[in-house]
Every structure is written in structure tokens, then in C-alpha cells.
Design a protein. Sequence first.
Length: 415
Amino acid sequence: MSPNSSTFRALRHHNYRLWAGADLVSVTGTWMQVLGVNWLILTLTGSATSVGLSLVMQALPTLVLGMWGGALADRLPSRPVVIAAQLAQAALAAALAVIALTDVRSVLPIYAVALAGGVVTALGGPALGRFGAEVVPPADLPNAMALGSILNSAGRILGMSVAGALLPITGNGGLFVINAASFFAVIVAVAAMRRAEFHELAASESRPGAVLDGYVLRTPWLLVVLALWFVAGSLGRNYQVTMAAMSAGPLEAGGGGYGLLSTVFAVGTVLGGFLAASRPNLTIRLLLVMVFATGVVQALSGLMPSLWTFAAAMLPIAAGAVALDTTVSARAQLDSPESMRGRIIAALSIVSAGAGAVGGPLLGWLSDTFGPRAALEIGGVVCVAAALVAAVALARLSGQTVRQAIKVRPGLENA
């Protein structure tokens, strides 16, 4: 299909083509580093808990500093912040390479780098998201987000595959060096963009209290959407936990089965990206349908008798999850003031990180206590109930309150 087709319409724009190419390179490098870091920690400690702690170190700064990063993104020019963040991440990847190549035997330096990387992400991530919204016109932003989901899924698959092949040859240090180099692809792409073709967003005024000005809390429809997304992201996501529990438990498929399920899930995320990209408008109605449908399929997946039937259920669930994420991100950004874009992106990051932090342990406890099948069924039923409650809440808001809150923007008109 050509870039002029509706599915790929964001690729019509020169700046977005550069951004998409650089994103694929950077995401591939990032997932190569993820595999390398996890393997290095396992080699040093032999503990999966130690690997989990490194993930906590990366996520914690977003929960604490995310809104400050959003406020900075709304006040400062995005371009220099993006470049500074890429240079910082490249330096941290290089530091990991030094740690690996000098045969450091302690995990503490690795945790320090993970924590520092989390700080860079918390402070620079909203600017990165805001800049990504400036390389396409607002009408093509949902399509660009959907294509970004496809690129992220492709980069994850490619990065993990290449890392697995290179690890015996280059060692962990080589993977970290490659990731450090990948950040310069973003810097080169940003430098090559045409300034005249940017769609700059309105900046926020510098004033006291900008970080905690309470826009989300004062916007009922957005609170409902984020609450629904939190539920779907905690009990209706975190499939790395439930897929592993199902493989090791009821399905008796072992590590090979878990690998198959992970591959199927990755393919499903790509399909979900194409689904979102093919739609002319990502509406709140689509969001509600996706949460409801994936909740139903999740509940049914707990009844699947074999590895292959369970894998078949994972495919639409993964596709629905990506379409859901893209829709939430598109509506939250496009239906809110441009001057709040950085803080909206930060709020999305905080909700996503919080859902992962709550959902992973909760699903693990449900799996250990009631069994993996029951965990899937409980999570699915809760997501279905949450979709129904959100639909009722949005229906009540859809009259005067919602129209006043978002000034009759298209996302909620179609709810």
C-alpha cells in the first residue's frame, strides 16, 4: 500500500517519515538493551526478583517526577529537550557497556543506571511525545500514533531477535554499544527535519502551580477514560504474568509454550496497530467497545483447553490492547488544550506505569491463590464491568458537561 492510503496517511509527511524511521531504529536498540540488561542481572545474581527490581527502578521516577516532566515539555521548546534526552540516554547505554566490558560483579551500578534512565524518561518523555505530535497535522495524529504502535511492536520483535543472535558473539557490552549508537539516529532525524513543516503546539505560560494545576481532576470525561484505562491496563493487561502462569501450569507447555505465546502476542500487537491506523477517527465509542470485547475474550481465554486455543485467544486480545492504548492517547491529547499536551502525556505515562506496578503483582497473587485460569476470568469480568460503568458515566456526561469540558470536539461527540 502507498503512503497515500488511509492506513499510512501519516507517512505523507516528510518529517514524520524521518521520525518513524528513527523511532524504529531506537526502539530496536532499546529492546536489545532490555534483553542484555536482564541477562546480565540474571548472570550476576541468578534471581528473577533482581530483574524485577531493575524494572521498578526504571518506573519509579515516572510516578514521582512525571508531571514535572510534563510541565517542562509544555513550557520549553521540544526540539532541544528531545536532543538532550537522546544524548543522556546514549551516555547511560555507554555506561552500561563499560560496566559489562569491565566485568563489574555488582548489580548496584546497573540499578543506578536504570534509575538514572528512569529520571531521563520521566523528564524527557513528555517532550518526546509532544514533539512527535508536532511532526504531523492534528488530523493525522491518531494515524501517526497507530503507526507508532506498529513500529514499537516491530522494533520489539526485531530487537529481541537480533539481541538473541548477537549475544553469544558480542556479549552484553556489544548490545549496549549498539543501543547507544541508536539514539543518534533520532538526533540525525530531528536535525534533518524541515522547520517549515512543523505543526507547533501552543506553549504553556510559566506560572506557579503549573505542575499541579489539576486539569485532569477538573475534567470529568478524562477522569473516566483514565480510570477505565487503569483497570484495563492492570487486570486486563500484564499478560507476561498470566501467559507464563498458564504455560507453566494448566497448559503444561513450559518455556517453549511461553515463547510461542509471546510471539503470538507480539503479532497481535502489530495487527492492532494496523486496525487503529485504518480507522479514520479513533472515538470514545471504540475505546468502550475494545475494553468490553477484550474483557470478554480474556474471561473466555481462561477456559481454553490447549496451548493453541489459548494462543488463538491471545491474538485478538493483543490487537485490542494496542487499539485501546492508541485510542486513549489520541483522545486524551486531541480533546485537551494544546498548552496542556506535555502534562497530558505525563499523566498517561503515570497511569500506565501505575497500572503495570499494581497489575503485575495483583495478577500474580490471583494466579498463585486461585489459579491462572481464575485470574484471567476475574480480570476479564472486571474489565467488562468497568467498560459498562464507564459507558454509563460518559452517557451521563455526554450532554452539557462533556460538551462544555471539551468544547464539542469530535472524540466524544461520537461516544
